[in-house]
Design a protein around this ligand. Structure first.
Ligand SMILES: Nc1ncnc2c1ncn2[C@@H]1O[C@H](COP(=O)(O)OP(=O)(O)OP(=O)(O)O)[C@@H](O)[C@H]1O
Ligand SMILES: [Mg+2]
Length: 266
C-alpha cells in the first residue's frame, strides 16, 4: 500500500470544474514528475494533495487517514511544498525565511532550538545559499530566491517534498544542481519527491514515475519510457516529437518536435 494517494477528487473553482473524480497515487520513496500544458491542473493537483485547497468531493489519504482529518503541524512534519509563485513578507532575511520551515516543530512562541538551527544550516548548505543567509530575500535575484525557497521546504525535514516548477528562474547549471540535489535526497535519504516540470527531458531523466495530464485528466502515468513517447506527447501537448535515447542516461529524450495544432488550449 502506498502512503499517499487520492481517491475520486472533484475540484472546482467557483463553477469551473478542474477535476472530476480524479484518482492518483504517489509512489513511495520515488521521484514523480507531473507534466502537462499550461492550465491543465498540475498546480491544482499539488495544492489538493497538500491540503492548500479542499476538494468538493473525494479524499487524499496519507498513512491510512484523510489529510483533511490530520493536524496541521503533524501533516507539515510529513509533507512540505514549494509553491509555483511563493511570496515572502518584505524585509525578511534569508535565514528568517528558511527558519519558517521549522514551524511544525515549534511549540507556542518557542525560540528556535539547536535542532532547528542545525536543520536550517543543513538546508542552506544543501541549496548552496549559506552565503546569502543575512541578505534580505527582496534583494536576491530570481534564481537565488528560488533556491532559498527550496531551502525553506528542506528545513521542514519531511519525508515527502512537493515542488511546483522548482527550476523556474534558474540557469541551466543551477537547474541541474537543484534536480541533482532532489535526486540525492531521494536516493540517499529515501525521500519522496513530487514535482511539476515543464522540461520533458528533465522529467524523463530524473523521474522514476511520470504523470502526464491534460484538461484536468491523467492521460498516462508510468515510467519515463512509457510516458515520454511520440503518442503521449502528441495527445498531451499536440506536438509531433522525435524521441531518442540520452547517450549518458539511456533515458528517452525529445530530440526535436513541431506543433500539430494550436498549442494555447488545454
Ligand atoms: N484560484 C483560482 N480561481 C479560479 N480558477 C483558477 C484558480 N487557480 C487556477 N485556476 C484555473 O484552474 C485551471 C488549472 O490551473 P492550474 O494552476 O492548476 O494549472 P497548471 O497546470 O498548474 O498551469 P501552469 O503550467 O500554467 O502553471 C486553469 O484554467 C486556471 O485558470
Ligand atoms: Mg502551475
Amino acid at each position: 500500500m502506498v502512503r499517499l494517494y487520492a481517491e475520486e477528487l472533484t475540484v472546482r473553482y467557483d463553477d469551473r470544474t478542474i477535476f472530476e473524480r480524479l484518482s492518483v497515487h504517489i509512489p513511495d520513496r520515488q521521484i514523480t514528475a507531473i507534466i502537462g500544458p499550461n492550465g491543465c491542473g498540475k498546480s491544482t493537483l499539488l495544492k489538493t494533495l497538500t491540503r492548500i485547497i479542499s476538494p468538493q468531493s473525494g479524499a487524499v489519504i496519507l498513512d491510512g487517514q484523510a489529510i483533511s482529518q490530520q493536524h496541521t503541524k503533524e501533516l507539515a512534519k510529513k509533507m512540505a511544498i514549494l509553491p509555483q509563485t511563493p511570496e515572502a513578507a518584505s524585509g525578511l532575511t534569508v535565514a528568517e525565511l528558511v527558519s519558517y520551515g521549522r514551524f511544525p516543530y515549534q511549540k507556542g512562541f518557542g525560540r528556535l532550538t539547536k535542532q532547528d538551527y542545525e536543520a536550517i544550516d543543513w538546508a542552506l548548505h544543501m541549496t548552496k545559499t549559506a552565503d546569502l543567509k543575512h541578505r534580505p530575500v527582496d534583494a536576491l535575484s530570481g534564481g537565488q530566491r528560488q533556491r532559498v525557497w527550496i531551502a525553506m521546504a528542506l528545513a521542514q525535514e519531511t519525508d515527502i517534498i512537493f515542488l511546483d516548477e522548482p527550476t523556474t528562474y534558474l540557469d541551466i547549471a543551477h537547474q541541474l544542481e537543484v534536480l541533482e540535489l532532489l535526486e540525492r535526497l531521494n536516493k540517499e535519504e529515501g525521500r519522496t519527491i513530487v514535482m511539476v516540470l515543464h522540461d520533458i527531458n528533465q522529467a524523463a531523466r530524473f523521474a522514476d514515475y511520470i504523470i502526464a495530464m491534460k484538461g484536468g485528466a491523467i492521460i498516462k502515468s508510468g515510467r519515463s519510457e512509457d510516458v515520454i513517447c511520440r503518442e503521449v506527447l502528441r495527445d498531451v501537448f499536440g506536438i509531433d516529437a522525435d524521441i531518442g535515447r540520452d547517450p549518458r542516461t539511456n533515458k528517452p529524450v525529445c530530440l526535436t518536435y513541431h506543433l500539430l495544432r494550436e498549442a494555447y488550449s488545454s
